[in-house]
Design a binder for this molecule. Structure first.
Ligand code: AP5
Ligand code: ZN
Length: 217
């Protein structure tokens, strides 16, 4: 299946996508991760994206679509894909339709994580990830079982994102409401929208997503 995770910064898209990967053997594709990879390796797309990401604005459709196209293979869609943070504009949604149509695929569900903006600043400012495997953590909401050691891989190096500061988070929330929230109606119109209340505990939300994904397969 092809699944889309929609929601503002901090809604838990990455956290839930990784849990769905483990539960269903799906492939998570995050355009945020792909763009951060491009920035780190200094590709042309990365050079163009860096300042935009640091300002908390959306990278151009042209770059994002090219980066996704480059990565999305037929073997991924065969296993099943969770798109985390893509599409984020109507133009991206239309480009995705075209890409999927050319390989005979369609979107099974677009899951919108419904949260409150105020809580997102707290979630994002406490976030950090394992530098080795990328597992996500939070200073108060999700700490490793043994302090300083990643639950998943035993890694001991952790990192924080440069765009995870209170000021940039506000720009990212604004970009979400202005450019991405219209996709909720877009996918409602396609009959694939699933709205999930996502202010609860991580495991509770994972339970709701598992049900949706089990039905969508
Ligand atoms: P991207 O990397 O996609 O970031 P984002 O959308 O801002 O989302 P986040 O990764 O911040 O949040 P999340 O929803 O994954 O939350 P998480 O699970 O980590 O994009 C970054 C930038 O790249 C954009 O600003 C833009 O410039 C560019 N970009 C990317 N895609 C683009 C596109 N398609 N078009 C244009 N530009 C694009 O959770 C957050 C924290 O909260 C974690 O610490 C977690 O442990 C904790 N947490 C999670 N769930 C819960 C819960 N239920 N209760 C308590 N804590 C929780
Ligand atoms: Zn790890």
């Amino acid at each position: 299946p092809v699944l889309i995770l929609l929601g503002p910064p901090g809604a838990g898209k990455g956290t839930q996508a990784r849990m769905l990967e483990d539960a269903f053997g799906l492939v998570q594709l995050s355009t945020g991760d792909l763009l951060r990879g491009a920035v780190a390796s200094g590709t042309e797309a990365g050079l163009a994206a860096k300042a935009v990401m640091e300002a908390g604005e959306l990278v151009s459709d042209e770059i994002v679509i090219a980066v996704l196209k480059d990565r999305l293979g037929d073997d991924d869609t065969a296993k099943g894909v969770i798109l985390d943070g893509f599409p984020r504009t109507t133009a991206q949604a239309e480009a995705l339709d075209g890409l999927l149509a050319s390989s005979g695929q369609k979107i099974n569900a677009a899951i919108s994580l419904e949260v409150e903006d105020d809580a997102m600043v707290e979630r994002i400012s406490g976030r950090y990830t394992c530098g080795n495997c990328g597992e996500g953590y939070h200073d108060s909401f999700k700490t490793p079982a043994v302090d300083g050691i990643c639950d998943k891989c035993g890694g001991t190096e952790f990192k924080r994102r440069s765009d995870d500061n209170a000021e940039t988070v506000r720009s990212r929330l604004e970009a979400y409401h202005a450019q991405t929230a219209p996709l909720i109606d877009f996918y409602q119109g396609r009959g694939v929208l699933k709205e999930v209340a996502a202010m609860g505990a991580i495991e509770e939300i994972a339970g709701k997503l598992n049900e949706i994904v089990a039905q969508a397969r």
